[in-house]
Write a protein that binds this ligand. Sequence first.
Ligand code: ADP
Ligand code: MG
Ligand code: MG
Length: 907
Amino acid sequence: MTDTKYVYSFGGGSAEGRSDMKNLLGGKGANLAEMANLGIPVPAGYTLTTEVCTYFYDHDETYPSSIEAEADAALAKVEEIMGTRFGDADDPLLLSVRSGARSSMPGMMETVLNVGLCSATIPGLIAKTGNPRFVYDAYRRLIMMYSDVVMEKAAGVEPAEGKGIRQQLDHMLEEVKESKGYGTDADISADDLKDLAERFKATIKEVLGRDFPDDPREQLWGGISAVFSSWNGKRAVSYRRIESIPDEWGTAVNVQAMVFGNMGDDSATGVAFTRNPATGDNRFYGEWLPNAQGEDVVAGTRTPNPLNEDTKNEQNEHLPSLQVAMPEVYEQLFAIRNQLEAHYTDMQDIEFTIQDGRLWMLQTRVGKRTGTAALNMAMDMLAEGTIDSRTAVLRVKPEQLDELLHPIVDPAAEKTADLIAKGLPAGPGGAFGQIVFSADDAVEWVKAGKTVLLVREETNPEDVEGMRAAVGILTGRGGMTSHAALVARGWGKCCIVGAGVLNIDVVGKTISVDGRVFNEGDVLTLNGTRGLVYAGQLDMVDATENPRFVDFMKLADEVRVLKVRTNAETPDDAATAIEFGAEGIGLFRTEHMFYGTGSEEPLFLLRKMIMSGSESARRAALVELYPFVKRDMKATLEIMGDRPVTFRLLDPPLHEFVPQSTDERGELAQALGVSVEDLDRRADELHELNPMMGHRGVRLGVTFPEISEMQFRAILEAAAELRQEGKACFPEIMVPVTCAKAELDDQLALAKAVHAEVCEKYGVDEVEHLYGTMIEIPRAALTADEIAKSTQFFSFGTNDLTQMTFGFSRDDIGGFLPDYLDKKILPVDPFQVLDRDSVGVLVQTGIERGRSTRPNLKVGICGEHGGEPNSVEFCHLVGMDYVSCSPYRVPVARLAAAHAQINHPRD
Ligand code: ADP
Ligand code: MG
Ligand code: MG
C-alpha cells in the first residue's frame, strides 16, 4: 500500500503540521497546528487531511485502509496529553469533530460537539465533575447536532420545509423553556435536560427511523464521515460556485479533545477580533458568554457580554465584561492576542473557551473587515513596522475603496429600517431624499433647495440633468449596465435599478408596492451598495473623513506601472478626476457637450447642422457651432495641463439628436428656412433600423468630411492657443468605430490639411498631438498591424467590443442576462468584467499585431472595464500603458493596478 500520511497530530506544545500546510490540513487544522507549535494552549487533536476527502470521493465514500490505524494512534496521543480516554466509563474523553476547508466557508459545513457521551460514559462524567446539569446539557447538544448533521443531512434525508430534525428538537427545547418559565438555555435544570435528551432520542427514532448511536466509536466515525459528506452538501456546493472554490480541494476533518465552556460560572466561550473589524481601531474587540458552549455566542439566543470596556455598546453595557469578571484569564487572552498578531502580522478572528477558569484557544484565522478597517489596519501596521508597504497595499481590496469614497447608510439604522424593495446595486453609497418623477421636477426642486431622489421606470439621455441634480436614482427597470446604472456609476452617484416590485407611475407621480402608496415629496432612503430601498429617512455616515486614504494611495502609486486616466468631458469632472488621481483623460466624448447644462445653444446648432440639406448649409452651421466645441475642449485641456487628453470625434448616430417635440421642430425649421414637412422628411432619411451598427463614428466623417474637419480644427486651435499662452497641453485625436486602415488614412488626410492651416494661422511649425483610434470592432483588432501603421495609439473600447463579440445589445440584455447568470451559462456580466476568453483574446491580439508594426504604439482602454479590478489586472497583464475609467473609479483602478504589479510584476 501507499505510505501517504493521512493524519496529523497537534497539542501538548507541538504539532506535526504548520500554518503553511493549509492545502493539506485545511485552514482550521493548519492554524490549530501553528498555535500548538507557538505554545498557545490548544486542546489536543488530529487532522484527517484533504487527501482523505479526495480519496473518499474517488472510492465510493470509503477510506484508505491505513486510516484507522493512523487515527487510532493519533487518538492515543490525544488521550495521553489530556489524561482521559475516549469511551472510558470513569473518566471519558469527549471529542469535537470539525470541518476545515482551505479557505473558510463560514456556516457552510458541519461541526459535532461532545462526541463520546453515551449511557456508558454519562455516569462517569457526572461522578467526575459532580455536575449533572453540565453533562446533560452537553448530551442534549450532542443529540441535536448529531441527528441534524449525521443522521439527516449526511444521510441525504430531505425534510419538508420547517420539519428538519434540528427544528423539531429546537421546538421541544423552546417548549420546555416556556412551560417552566426559563429565560435562557443556561437556566434549564439538569432533570429537565435529562428528560429532554430521552424525548429527543424517541423523536429521532420516530422521525428518522433509526436509533441515536450509543457507541462512542460509532459516533466518532459517523461524525467524520458526515463532515466529509458535507463537502458535497447543497449549501457547500452552491457556496463554492459563488466563491469559485474548486470542488477538488476537499475539506479536512479535525478531531479534537473537547473543552467545556458550559461547566458553570467559571466557564465561558467567546469570539474576538484582535482589532476592531468595523473601524480598524487597534483595540481588542469581542464577545463572550458565561456557562455556554459552541456557537451560543453567534447564535443570537442570548445577548453576549462585552469582552472589555472597548467593546461595550447600548445593547450589552449592562453585562459584565470578561476583563472585569475574569481579569486573569482576560490578561492571558490579551497576551495571546498580541502574540498571534505579531506572528501572523494581520488581524485575527479567534475563538476561545474557558473551562473552570482555564483558557483554551479553538481557532484563529485572518479576520474579515470593512473597507475603512482594512485601510486603517494596513496603515497602522505599516507604522508599527509589522508589515512592509507592499503588504499594506495588498491589504485593501480595490472594491473596498468604493465604501471609502461615498457616504453610506448607517448600518445600525438599517437594522430596524422599513425595507420596501430590493433592486440591483447600480451606484454605490447611500442617499435619502424626497421622491420626484421627472428630470425637470428634480432640477426645479433642487433649485428650490430640496434634496431629491429621481424615480423613473428607466432613464434616457434626456434625464441626465435631473439625474445630476438628484442625490440618488431609482428605476423600476433596467440592469447593471442600463443607462441609469452607467451614468450613476460614472458619477459615483447612489443608484438602484430594476426594482421590479415597485409600481412606478410617472404620470400619476406615485410608487405603489404591497398595498402601500408613496407620493411625490415622500422621503425614501436608498442603499445603492446593496440595492435596498427603505421608506423614510435613515442616517448617513461619511466614510471619506479619513486622511490616511491619501497616504495609502501614494503607496499604491509608487508600485504600479499601469497609468490611470479618466473619462471626462466637463472641466468639473476633469477637476474631480484630478483630485482622485487621474493622470490624463482617456475619453472625452465630444457629443457630451450637447447634453446637460448650457447645452441648449450648441445643441440647437448641432441640430441645424444635421438637418441641413446641403454641404454648404452644413458648413455654415458648423462655423456657428465651432466656437462652442473649441471652448469646451480648450477648457478641459487647460485644466488637465501636462496630462494628455484624448478627444473622441463625434460617435453616435446623428438621428439621436433629431428633435422630438413639435415646438423644437418648428423653431428649427424656421432657422433653416424650410417647412416642417421638409424637416420631417430629412429626419426620416436619417432613421436607421440598427443605429448601433449604422451611420456613426468614423462613418460620419467619411461621408461628411466637414464634420471631422471642424473637430480637428477645434482641438488643434485650442492647443495652439494654450501653447501660445505658455500653457502645457497634450491633445490626442481619437477616431471611433473604425474597422480598416483606409478609414484612418481618409481622416488623417483631413487632419493633416487642417493641421497645416492651423500652423499657418498661429505661425508655428507644429501643433503637437497624437493621432489614434478606438479599437471596438473585431475586424479592427484583427487587422491591428495594418491599422497601427496609420495611428500612434489604440484605445480599446471594450463596451462595444464586448457587444460585437457576444452579439449582445448592451441596452437590451436586461431581458435575458439575469437568466444567463442564474443558469450559470455565463459566470458574470461580460459588460462588467472583461471576458478574457473572447474579448480578451481580441485585445491581446490587437496589441500584439499593433506593436508588430509600431513597437512604441501607446495602448489603453476606455469604457466600464477600465475601472473594474479584474479587468484592470488583465490590462496590466497584456501590457497596456493605461486604463481610463469614470472619475470615481480612478482610485479603484489605481489600487487594482498596484495589486496587479505586486502579484504579476512587469517591466
Ligand atoms: P466553524 O467552522 O463553523 O467556525 P468550528 O469547527 O469552529 O465551526 O466549531 C464551532 C464551534 O464549536 C467553535 O466556535 C467552538 O465554540 C465549538 N468547538 C469546536 N471544537 C471545540 C472543542 N474542541 N472544545 C470546545 N468547543 C469546541
Ligand atoms: Mg469556528
Ligand atoms: Mg463605442
